[in-house]
Design a protein around this ligand. Sequence first.
Ligand code: PSU
Ligand code: MN
Length: 311
Amino acid sequence: MTKNIMKPSTYVISSAVKNALKNSLPIVALESTVLTHGLPRPQNHALARGMEQAIHDEGVTPATIAILEGKIHIGLSEEELERLSAQTVARKVSPRDMAIALHKNEYGGTTVAGTIYLANTLGMKVFATGGIGGVHSLATMDISADLSTLSETPMIVVCAGAKAILDLPATVEYLETAGIPVVGYRTNQVPAFYSPDSGLPVDIRLETPNEVVNFAKTHWSLGLKSAILVCQPAPRGNTIPRTEIENLIRKASLEASKKGIIGSALTPFMLQRLSEMTGGETLRTNLALLLNNACLAAQIAKTMYSNVKKA
Ligand code: PSU
Ligand code: MN
């Protein structure tokens, strides 16, 4: 069922996504800030293709969502994906920024918040990313719009926890306040992006896509409108020990504050410095966990839609 409340003139849906929506076939929505702001070129484009391919391989339709020249695109062609990945000037688009990017005919990478808003509006249920935004620092009130949007968007969001440079305990507290259950996928701890352990317990541990789908249905059957956050650790062999990465994050933050780097420039700076300091290890982990999350999201979408058909 689509509950489309957007004016068709504001967006373009690819024929593959249109077909999947029309026939209630499984779809996984993908964000694009990770391409425009999160990863270096050309790895961003390779990753985007890899995630789409991983979803295809499960027999599921990927829907990468982005803004191209002032139009919202739901599902990108090969050429559009390449063009977006090559953009050096793109806006990072959360719900607050959407009309701005449209009004100014800009390119935009949609964040978790921006993407799940659009995906849910079109009736999609499953989304994959690397890490969600969260609480940077309570002192500055830098709290990602991902959190408030997750609280009002009934989608299954597969991630490896929150962005590594955040205050993870504060982020987890906010998730509780906002009514967002944190599911550990085959783990008891909220993954800390690069490392599997954070010392913070998940709200419930689940083992299979089927359990995730049933849990989400129970949550929504209560009339709740919030997302389900499914947290999966980075794949074995690609993780970085918690103490090691924490030290490097401290070092990089110090550098950033010395250089006066703040706001939207902070994440790209931190990710680049971490990658330099680890000889590319953080980048490899980031890519591996994104692919892994795309696979799990596709399996969840497949399960969800096969259940829908049987019902
Ligand atoms: N996590 C990463 N890299 C990223 C992001 C998250 O490791 O690039 C992006 C996601 O799109 C997320 C956004 O939704 O950052 C959150 O940004 P902010 O904290 O400014 O809301
Ligand atoms: Mn922010």
